[in-house]
Design a protein around this ligand. Sequence first.
Ligand SMILES: [Fe+2]
Length: 354
Amino acid sequence: MLDVADRATERRAATNERPPTPSMSVNAWSPHSIVMQDAWFPLAHSFAVGQKPVRRAIYSHPYFLWRENGSPVASEFHPNEQRLRDKSRHTDADARYPVMEKYGFVWGWFGRPEAADAVHLPSLPFLPPNGGLPKYMLGTVRFDCAAPLSLENLIDLTHADFLHADVVGDEKSESETIETFHTSETVTMVRNCKAKSVAPVMKFFSGIRSPVQDVRQVIHIYLRSHCAIAYGRFTPGDDVPLFHPCVPETRDRTRLDYAMNTSNAGFMFRHVMPKASYKVSRQDSSMTSPQSPRYMRPTTRRDLHSPLDAPGQRYRMAMQELAARQEAGDFTYRDNVSADCSELIGLRRELFNF
Ligand SMILES: [Fe+2]
């Protein structure tokens, strides 16, 4: 089997395409021109979908969600709405979108209905497949910025040492390494810090006495679904596995229905850490909201990178490759996003028994 790089080379040879060089392609990044098709988006927590329809959106396309005999339904129209418009090409004859329920979320398909397949659902091995996490581990925040900016901000975790120092600790550590991995559908960043200043949230709520801790953080992004896993392992300390979806409600507004499974932490940390997301997301928003208009515009300015920016550059390149393929009419998945990613993200599987 060819690996991703081989396939890209082969394709370029066939099409005379120039290979992407970081400087060229990451500077030509204009996320507005990319609307990814054929993907599952986590539209709502399962508990939020009942008999009464709720409205969500993907790139301004309305998704009304409700349940019929317990099963979720996703429709382009409110059930009481008069059908004044034609249905979109993303739905079936009844104007319904493909929909499924897993990991405690209702997922809507955006793309060609006939291509919808559970095999394209992202792997989230730290969430119970049938849902059921307590509500205090779930929450919703919104960002006034493009979903890709939110994901780029996340995959550059060095920002956390400055922006979220009062939650996760400052930038001081003995050593720091950052590695990047990718497939045609995912980008993964692994950050290892030795003897990093202990996270204040753990000092106060997990009772960590040591002034420093070893920290391993992984950001794993599913490109098409705009979903990320943010998984931190703190030694001494707790595991913090966060599902961080960035659903593009519009091109410059992002909805994040998150789930943080802190089941294995002590009582205080288990309850407090998921709620810290509200504080952390406000800190992120203070940066990304003002940045978003500039992020959307093409620029001739040179983008100056440091080696720590490699994961973000890879994210842009992988998104552009996928977009180029979609533009050429190729919507196939070349890599399996539902394959268990426990090993890749270094999940301590024994902590998550289901
Ligand atoms: Fe952040």
